[in-house]
Design a protein around this ligand. Structure first.
Ligand SMILES: [Mn+2]
Length: 379
């Protein structure tokens, strides 16, 4: 059968300071809801036999009301098209106490065909010619192995495992988030025709039969180089084809070497990079300032910068600062330095014997005065 695999939708994620003027909602939050519902239209248009969501549907354990409304609207679409939804809880949906009910309990009241695994145990769901083995977010790392050991491979159907965690083959990508659990490579068994993974936000194949669909949105700037979207999967063959879904674009604006640039030249450069963008107002952008002194960052005109930032949805300025060269003078402008006095101070801290110190100061000062006078004559 044909499924669409998505994950990590993080509904309810908000950020930045822009507000949607019509609804008063945080604009980032609203765009994520809107893109999710647009994505559902595209997914339903694919006429899959089921939709599989591999965890982190909501951004938090107690979702915002509008996050619920969005999911219930998506369930309306699936119900109308008679497409079942299979989903598991991810680490972002894990109640911290046993008294907090799971947000997935609410979804079970909808008339759509929804099967949610969120009870910290292995669950199984048969749809047509495919058996779905669901391992949701567990309390302890060892629980995954125990759940996995409970799996009995069905003989007459295709077997699909759905789980949420970091595959050990991606160890370098450790996300260091709450309750991040590792899926060791023996769990990526060939007994499954397909393994639908969630947690890692980039679209990535980690074994012949195992994929992270990736998130639909760029949730953080660390994901700037990730591929996003969903996957169309044939559960018999395990073949997965990327499905592009609408999101808020995240654009890497590259780097600017600031070594020889003045603060206003830096803002001009950023400005000209943004001028070339097709749709800056809808884009999350990052630019990197290289070889820049902290002091130079402080001297960037705030009003100019605010104007630039207003033109894009969000601008992240990453900087590789360099330490300033130690200066011997007390004032900043070299033309206003009293070189004779600076020289005298310099000699005084060398700890020289009295007469020698006197002689060096007077000889040196005379040389400085001569040089300064000559410069004045030459203007
Ligand atoms: Mn996630």
């Amino acid at each position: 059968m044909k499924i669409v695999h998505i994950a990590d939708t993080h509904l309810g994620l908000a950020g930045f300071s822009s507000i949607d003027p019509e609804s008063g909602m945080n604009l980032r939050e609203k765009k994520i809801y809107d893109n999710f519902l647009e994505s559902m239209k595209i997914i339903v248009g694919q006429r899959p036999d089921a939709v599989v969501h591999a965890g982190d549907l909501f951004d938090r354990v107690k979702p915002r009301t509008h996050a619920y409304i969005t999911v219930l609207s998506a369930l309306d679409m699936l119900e109308e098209a008679d497409i079942p939804l299979i989903l598991i809880s991810g680490n972002h949906s894990m109640p911290k106490t046993r008294y907090t009910p799971s947000p997935f309990k609410v979804l079970e009241y909808h008339k759509a065909k929804v099967h949610c695994a969120y009870r910290y145990k292995y669950e199984i769901e048969d749809i047509d010619d495919t058996t779905f083995h669901l391992i949701p977010n567990m309390l302890k790392a060892s629980d995954y192995r125990d759940a996995f050991n409970e799996i009995e491979i069905a003989r007459n159907t295709a077997n699909v495992m759905v789980t949420h965690g970091l595959a050990t083959t991606l160890r370098d990508y450790r996300l260091r988030t709450v309750a991040e659990h590792e899926i060791d490579s023996t769990m990526l068994s060939e007994d499954f025709s397909y393994i639908a993974l969630g947690h890692f936000h980039g679209q990535k194949q980690v074994a012949e039969n195992a994929w992270y669909s990736g998130s639909i949105e760029y949730c953080t700037y660390n994901e700037i180089n990730d591929k996003k979207g969903g996957l169309i999967v044939n559960t018999e063959s395990g073949e997965a084809i990327p499905l592009e879904l609408p999101n808020t674009p995240m654009i890497d604006l590259g780097r600017i070497d600031c070594n020889t640039l003045t603060p206003s030249e830096i803002t001009e450069k950023i400005q000209s990079v943004i001028d070339r963008l097709k749709d800056p107002g809808d884009s999350l952008c990052q630019i990197r300032l290289e070889n820049i002194l902290r002091e130079k960052i402080r001297n960037i005109n705030r009003d100019e910068m605010a104007e630039i930032k207003n033109r894009v949805f969000n601008l992240r300025i990453a900087s590789d600062t360099i330490e300033p060269v130690k200066r011997g003078f007390e004032t900043e402008d070299p033309s206003s330095v009293d070189y004779v006095d600076e020289f005298r101070k310099f000699v005084k801290i060398q700890g020289l014997e009295g007469a020698l110190e006197e002689e060096i100061i007077s000889t040196g000062s005379n040389i400085f005065k001569n040089v300064i006078d000559k410069h004045r004559e030459a203007d």
